[in-house]
Ligand binder design. Structure first.
Ligand code: TEU
Ligand code: CA
Length: 531
């Protein structure tokens, strides 16, 4: 089968925050349809749509009540069908978010088929990702059920073959409807150690990440469902290493096409806890990405991403959103998009949207953030200290509404938005997208180059200036071609020998006219050489 997804760029839509079409303050499917020109013009191939299934919204749709129904907030099944049709008419594809590690506790299975879930008479010490114990007592059954996320997200029991059959049937139903693939939520957590041993300090991850039967389940899913369709699949996999990734994505193994690694997202974290802040050391990022680039070359396939709906905005995280917002947004784009893999763009990244700072905890909507705040407050951690970590890492940084224009609420809604719009919408919005030097045009160029230059999808990767703490530089090489990519991750100048080749991509007006390559703050420059 033609591996079209190797040349594709994917755009993630977080529907709640993308575009509200009816003034209720919540983004919806008709809103996405209104913006398809905007997406098509950017040149992307696939939309990954975060969950739009019926849900009580404890975790913004990642708690599914009915897999075969659209959430009322977002519209109807007719709206969804119209979205697929309109996408396909434009030659675009739709990747559905598939959450099958858990359901909502309001899913009918939870009462009609309790054997689809995981029950124990006594809880072990595992902690939930969203604070507190991962076990909740059920009064009716007088037993505890497992929930790795919120207590309204009970984990499914993948050991039960009937449950697996029901899930596969549901997946085929969507594929028969015409969806073009799945992004599989925490899919490497579905196989738990059946002994449920206690973990060190309540961290059970070694007993549920990449668990004993994970490859069996994925291979079964592949033969029952995925292999029957020409689709794209990406597994979201916290805790997966390069070695795991080779197994998950190796072609002959028939599991998934690619995975989302979390390794580069944990480099600015001081301990196992995401709220424990540490500044990024650029060499850590360079070595990590180099490792993934080289290890998966010809053995698997990478996905490339800087951010998503769970991560802070990259321009605020690894760039400089104050003095060099536009420069650093473009630099980060080039740094990622010249690597091997399938690039993912998170809504708003293409206009350089930034993190947000709300005054009080009440303005935050995310369950992970709220639960963490409550837990730390009880432990006596001062308000300012907790807020500081939320400003850096909180998921709502990425979830404020898309900033379309400088009109009220950034043109996202005519009503009251479900979460406040970042006040910088008057400056940062899509209205400059047609200007030659906009971030949007820069992304458009990068996406376009991937289509025409095979070296970007196939070339060998070599890191240059390994020890440099401020500059990330690498080459890509194939036969008689070479790309040289320089990215300055700092606000100082850095000087190097001038690389061979002609200028391909640049985020400053013109190169500094010297014999040497002088990189200015957050400058990126890419050279192409044909021998
Ligand atoms: O995320 C899984 C995950 O491991 C983390 O990114 C998590 O959201 C959290 O940030 C850990 O600190 C996926 C979804 O992307 C996320 O939105 C859901 O909340 C979660 O699964 C549960 O479905
Ligand atoms: Ca709406």
């Amino acid at each position: 089968m033609d591996e079209w997804w190797k040349r594709s760029a994917v755009y993630q839509v977080y529907p709640r925050s993308f575009k509200d079409s009816n003034g209720d303050g919540i983004g919806d499917i008709q809103g996405i349809i209104q913006k398809l020109d905007y997406l098509q013009e950017l040149g992307i191939d696939v939309i990954w749509l975060s969950p739009v299934y019926d849900s009580p919204n404890d975790d913004n749709g990642y708690d599914i009540r009915n897999y075969q129904r659209i959430m009322d907030d977002f519209g109807t099944m007719e709206d969804f069908e119209e979205l697929i049709e309109q996408l396909h008419n434009r030659g675009l594809k739709l990747m559905m978010d598939l959450v099958i590690n858990h359901t909502s506790d309001e899913h009918k299975w939870f009462t009609t088929s309790p054997e689809y879930y995981i029950w124990r008479d006594e809880p072990n010490n595992w902690r939930s990702f969203f604070s507190g114990s991962a076990w909740e007592f059920d009064e009716l059954r007088e037993q505890y059920f497992l929930h790795l996320f919120s207590k309204k997200q009970p984990d499914l029991n993948w050991q039960n073959p009937e449950m697996r059959k029901a899930v596969y049937e549901m997946m085929r139903w969507w594929l028969d409807k015409g969806v073009d693939g799945f992004r599989m939520d925490v899919i490497n957590l579905i196989s738990k150690d059946p002994e449920f041993p206690d973990g060190p300090d309540g961290d059970g991850s070694v007993y549920f990440m990449n668990g004993p039967k994970i490859h069996d389940y994925l291979q079964e899913m592949n033969s029952e469902v995925l292999s029957k369709y020409d689709i794209v699949t990406v597994g979201e996999m916290p805790g997966a290493t390069v070695t795991d990734a080779i197994q998950y994505t190796g072609k002959e193994r028939r599991e998934v096409n690619m995975i989302f690694t979390f390794e580069h997202m944990g480099l600015d974290q001081a301990s196992g806890e995401k709220w424990d802040l540490k500044p990024l050391q650029l060499t850590d990022l360079k070595y990590n990405l180099e490792h993934w680039q080289n290890a998966l070359h010809n053995k698997g396939w990478n996905s490339l991403y800087w951010n998503n709906h769970d991560q802070p905005r990259v321009v605020s995280r690894f760039g400089n959103d104050m003095e060099y917002r536009v420069e650093s947004a473009k630099m980060l784009a080039a740094c990622l998009h010249f690597m091997q893999g399938t690039p993912y763009i998170y809504q708003g990244e293409e206009i350089g949207m930034t993190n947000v700072r709300f005054e009080g905890i009440d303005e935050y909507q995310d369950i992970e953030t709220r639960n963490m705040y409550a837990e730390k407050s009880l432990q006596g951690v001062p308000h300012e200290k907790i807020m500081e970590s939320i400003y850096v890492k909180g998921r709502d940084n990425a979830r404020t509404p898309m900033q379309w224009s400088s009109e009220a609420n950034g043109g996202f809604t005519t009503g009251t938005p479900w979460i406040a719009v970042n006040p910088n919408y008057s400056v940062i919005n899509t209205t400059d997208k047609d200007e030659d030097n906009s971030i949007y045009q820069f992304y458009k160029k990068l996406i376009g180059l991937r289509k025409t230059m095979a070296i970007i999808t196939q070339g060998d990767f070599t890191l240059l200036h390994r020890e440099d703490e401020k500059v990330f530089a690498y080459t890509r090489e194939i036969r008689d071609e070479k790309l040289t990519v320089y990215c300055n991750f700092s606000s100082d100048n850095h000087t190097f020998e001038m690389p061979e080749g002609e200028l391909l991509v640049h985020n400053y007006e013109s190169p500094k006219n010297t014999e040497k390559l002088v990189l200015r703050p957050y400058e990126t420059i890419v050279f192409y050489k044909k021998f």
